[in-house]
Design a protein around this ligand. Structure first.
Ligand code: SAH
Length: 223
């Protein structure tokens, strides 16, 4: 499991992180498990150097290659919808900085994360190998899911999709949850949670509006 026990960070960073947790609670995040995980993961490790003053602001931030580290509120919102239990097997699509994967790991999940941009994956691998975590990273087109490791207790998509790829639904365990932002254009998405209620049945719930970078690939947006 991800742990900060042997990570010697400045008190200032820890103080800012505590404030962020208070802010997320005010904005409506209520899962104590999620807030505790956000309170543990040192976001500065996943953040571009020289922008320390932005690390604990509740905003997305560019990480290069036209990609972003998600806004903490969005990370918390998606994670809350996943209803994670310790030991759950989770597939994340869009590793990006690796921050969201670290939050899932901090909750005791076994995380499988797929990223299509090789250099981002290389960076995330470097950061994550220095911390004790249950995260396995994969390079490739995540719109195909990860059939070699399926089925999953939950699948989290951290890029905006044009619709719900059938592959994800088929890679869920019964009772499993898929959280995915879906929009008819690349500019805005609605957050969907699709729960597999039986071998052949799925329930879809719709949550608020969000803005993600596009999910590119065979079952996503074409470049
Ligand atoms: N979860 C990330 C935020 C990711 S932003 C974090 O915590 O920092 C979305 C990411 O999805 C980008 O890194 C982008 O390169 C990636 N992505 C887009 N299409 C993809 C695909 N088909 N497969 C895997 N990753 C994809």
């Amino acid at each position: 499991m991800f742990t900060t026990d042997n990570f010697n960070e400045e008190d200032r960073m820890r103080g800012q992180r505590t404030k962020l947790v208070v802010e997320l609670r005010k904005k409506g995040i209520s899962s104590e498990k999620v807030l505790e995980a956000i309170g543990k993961v040192p976001r500065q490790l996943f953040f571009p150097k020289d922008f320390e003053q932005f690390v604990y602001r509740d905003a997305a931030f560019p990480i290069g290659h036209g990609q972003t580290i998600s806004q903490p509120y969005t990370v918390a919102f998606q994670t809350e919808l996943l209803h994670i239990q310790k030991g759950d097997k989770i597939l994340e699509i869009g590793t990006g900085s690796g921050y969201q994967a670290a939050v899932l790991s901090a909750m005791g999940a076994n995380v499988y994360s797929v990223e299509v941009v090789k250099s981002l994956l290389v960076e995330a691998t470097k950061v994550l190998k220095n911390i004790d975590s249950n995260i396995k990273l994969f390079h490739g087109d995540g719109t195909l899911g990860l059939s070699s490791e399926a089925p999953f207790d939950a699948i989290l998509v951290t890029a905006g999709a044009p619709d719900v790829p059938e592959t994800y639904m088929q890679q869920l365990k019964i009772g499993g949850r898929l959280v995915i932002p879906v929009g008819q254009n690349r500019e805005s998405q609605q957050m969907l949670r699709v729960t597999r209620t039986s071998q052949t049945e799925f329930r879809t719930e719709v949550f608020g509006n969000f803005k993600f970078v596009p999910l590119l690939g065979a079952k996503g947006w074409k470049t």
